[in-house]
Design a protein around this ligand. Sequence first.
Ligand code: NAD
Length: 307
Amino acid sequence: MRTVLVTGSAGFIGFHLSQLLLQDGFRVIGFDGMTDYYDVRLKERRHQILLQNEHFSCKTGMLEDHDALHALCMEHKPDVIVHLAAQAGVRYSLENPRAYINSNIVGTFNVMECARELGVDHLLMASTSSAYGANTEMPFIETQKADTQLTIYAATKKANENMAHSYAHLWDLPTTMFRFFTVYGPWGRPDMALFKFTKGITDGTPIDIYNHGDMYRDFTYVTDLARGIRMLIDTLQCARKARRISPRVTLSARSRRIVWSISAIRPRCACSTSSRPSRRNSARKQSGTIWICSRATFRPPGPMRPC
Ligand SMILES: NC(=O)c1ccc[n+]([C@@H]2O[C@H](COP(=O)([O-])OP(=O)(O)OC[C@H]3O[C@@H](n4cnc5c(N)ncnc54)[C@H](O)[C@@H]3O)[C@@H](O)[C@H]2O)c1
């Protein structure tokens, strides 16, 4: 039975990926700091669900604690590491940039060091569509230069991409970085738009609509994303035999204007206490926000079959 270390296993994407890997017969070791960026009870509940499977175990710890992470790696010797733990969120990086440096730069370096020491078959790590920053050519594609990040969050993720490239080169470490486009689905993050809109509608509180609603995003359904990561775990094993390191992969689905999203939620909200239309605050674009974030198709780097 192959073993995968999933960092951020109590997080939104880590939870879904861990579920899928367990279904597919992997042993999954979770590692998560259970940070209070959003309600920790949601993270605990996700871990409780995963722990119902005998092939899942987890440890609470921060990525910055190299000794804790290293001990876990040496104990379980994972074949593959999927690194999803991070201080996420574009807007919070304006308030607390230090959290991003600690988790995303120092933390990711510690993960890469463990991967190098273990000589894992494959290291897969999360980046973000925010890495495209001030690029204006649409739709975004992986071959574009991405050197103009607009937030510290995006800058730390782009730094991770560069760090990963150097480790892949120096240590022959098969590595794939993903640039995720706004992920949605069950057990999602309460800080993200769809959940904030839903809460505003059910509570009858105003919903902030940045850039006066003139914002477009690609959304990716979380199960599609988890399935894509799952398939790429094996895809690169083939590539490694050919001593080729995969390019970065962008996973994406479809664009939606933000105000349409609110309208789409509303008719389905049976729990709403109010029959009135949701109250909307038309607000300026926040600094650092990309007003259009679009990737039309998903193009895997190679065959999307287990090999
Ligand atoms: N959800 C999206 O739309 C989206 C878009 C682009 C990129 N991403 C990236 O995907 C990854 C997963 O995102 P998510 O939506 O599941 O976020 P999430 O916040 O739900 O999950 C991240 C998990 O990492 C843990 N964590 C944070 N800092 C840590 C640290 N220093 N040490 C240990 N654990 C720590 C948190 O407790 C959390 O459970 C992140 O790297 C994020 O930047 C997500």
